[in-house]
Design a protein around this ligand. Structure first.
Ligand code: PLP
Length: 476
């Protein structure tokens, strides 16, 4: 492909993308293909000779599009969103063209310095402690791994970095039973050992019980373990529960334990001053993560990781081969030492585009709308005699289940709700996901899509009621 052809095809693609966003509601939200269907449509071997862009695009439409689940659809209510926006897509296009690799300042001064400034903006926009330093990671999972590795090194006086896992069997990490699976994964990877992750019980709102955390720490100390890190959540994946960060922070301070706060989804809410009571105690945190790639209209991936002490972070990851030595070392941020990967994408550009294009008030307006839509749905569920609210609604997630008054013999609510979910998602009209809360099968509906309106939630709620009714008539 030469530059003339590139220009031509880029224009075609720009139109295709704009059409896609305008027509996104015409697609089934959840891809309806069967396992293996896409794979079997793809040739077994790569082409020997280059193919025309028209041929590639025609296969894209024919083979790839049916296998796309439309995460950007306003009727995508599943999991947490990975929402995007026009300015973010445009920035990603530029990022691809520039092809930056920002491992050190010298390899991309703009990527490095824009990242520094954009992270300062985010810190200020969300009212986070002014002394914190931010860096972009790819995901919250990587941020949490980074946090636990730093905690490990701080606790062992950087001995693990030098000597390996000597004495590691004694280090303990604490989180709640509702914490995201990425914490368990990080504990495994960082060498703590899964058995050294202590899952503390939660209360009726699915928030960690801080008294039980302290009891677990005391027990561990008696048994000769070394408490190393605690992970608190602001917005758990199951139900957006908020752990009492203030109480957990005081405990961590008392026992000299690293406090990492996972606000992967919920953190975006701190753009709203009225939501910041959920951030009480954040000043105790040693590290904190939230994902603009979930709820801040920024294409996946962009995870905002903040630390109290950047020196500790850098010391954990620092490595200096000859070929990376530069004269600017020490004068600038060389982000290769701020996380696991050496190579780094220019992720700051999309954040810069998004923040500038929406403006702080534009972002806030959307987040407020999303929270109010969840509030509206919560009221509908609560007042409906055949539906039950399953968790408090503080952010833009509603957890509920269908609970018909009359149940036929042999039917249970978990089975009915699993069938309801399958029917709904099979309709192609919306996409919901599920979780288990208190052992019960629960439907999760997140109202946080970039282009969602009240109409989308209204239509979804109508469909949920109609489908539930049809289902119970069939069961009877
Ligand atoms: N933490 C929480 C609370 C989450 O909900 C998720 C994903 O949904 C993660 C961490 C992991 O996020 P990522 O995909 O960025 O690793």
């Amino acid at each position: 492909m030469d530059s003339k052809e590139f220009r031509k095809q880029a224009h075609v693609l720009a139109d295709r993308m704009a059409d896609y966003f305008e027509e996104i509601s015409d697609y089934p939200v959840k891809s309806q293909v069967k396992p293996g269907e896409i794979l079997s449509a793809l040739p077994l071997s790569a082409p020997v000779n280059g193919e025309s862009f028209e041929t590639i695009m025609s296969d894209f439409e024919r083979i790839i599009m049916p296998g796309i689940t439309h995460w950007q659809s306003p009727s995508f209510f599943a999991f947490f969103p990975a929402n995007s926006s026009y300015p973010s897509v445009l920035a990603e296009m530029l990022t691809a063209a520039l092809g930056q690799q920002g491992m050190i300042w010298e390899t991309s001064p703009a990527a490095t310095e824009l990242e520094q400034r954009v992270m300062e903006w985010l810190r200020e926009l969300c009212g986070l402690p002014a002394s914190w330093t931010g860096v972009i990671q790819d995901t919250a999972s990587a941020s949490t791994l980074t946090a636990l590795l730093s905690a490990r090194e701080k606790t062992t006086g950087f001995r693990t970095n030098l000597e390996g896992f000597t004495g590691m069997g004694k280090l303990r990490v604490y989180c709640s039973s509702e914490t995201h699976s990425s914490i368990e994964k990080a504990v495994k990877i960082a060498g703590f050992g899964k058995n050294n992750l202590v899952k503390v019980a939660v209360d009726e709102n699915f928030a960690l019980i801080s008294a039980q955390l302290e009891m677990a720490i005391k027990e561990d100390l008696k048994k000769g373990y070394t408490p190393c890190a605690a992970v608190a959540s602001i917005g758990t994946t199951g139900s957006t529960a908020v752990d009492p960060v203030d109480e957990i922070g005081k405990i961590c301070e008392r026992y000299k334990i690293w406090l990492h706060v996972d606000a992967a989804f919920g953190g975006t809410a701190f753009l709203l001053p009225e939501m910041r009571h959920f951030a009480a105690g954040l000043e105790y945190a040693d590290s904190y993560v939230f994902n603009p790639h979930k709820w801040m209209f920024t294409n996946f991936d962009a995870s905002a990781y903040f630390v109290r002490d950047p020196e500790l972070l850098i010391r954990t990851f620092e490595i200096l081969p000859e070929y990376l030595k530069t004269r600017t070392r020490g004068l600038v941020n060389d982000y290769r030492d701020w996380g696991v990967a050496l190579g780094r994408r220019f992720r700051a550009l999309k954040l810069w585009f998004v923040i500038r294009s929406f403006g702080a008030e534009g972002l806030r307006e959307k987040i407020r709308l999303h929270n109010s839509l969840a509030g509206w749905l919560k009221d509908r569920v609560s007042e409906h005699p055949d539906f039950e609210l399953m968790a408090p609604v503080d952010f833009s997630l509603v957890c509920f289940r269908y609970k018909p008054k009359v149940l036929s013999a042999g039917e249970d609510l978990d089975r009915i709700n699993a069938s309801l979910l399958s029917e709904l998602n099979g309709s192609g009209k919306l996409y919901l996901s599920h979780t288990r809360l208190n052992g019960r099968f629960v439907l999760r509906m997140v109202t946080a899509q970039t282009t969602i309106t009240r109409d989308h939630v209204l239509r979804a709620w109508d469909l949920i009621q109609q489908t539930a009714l049809k289902l119970s008539l069939k069961i009877e």
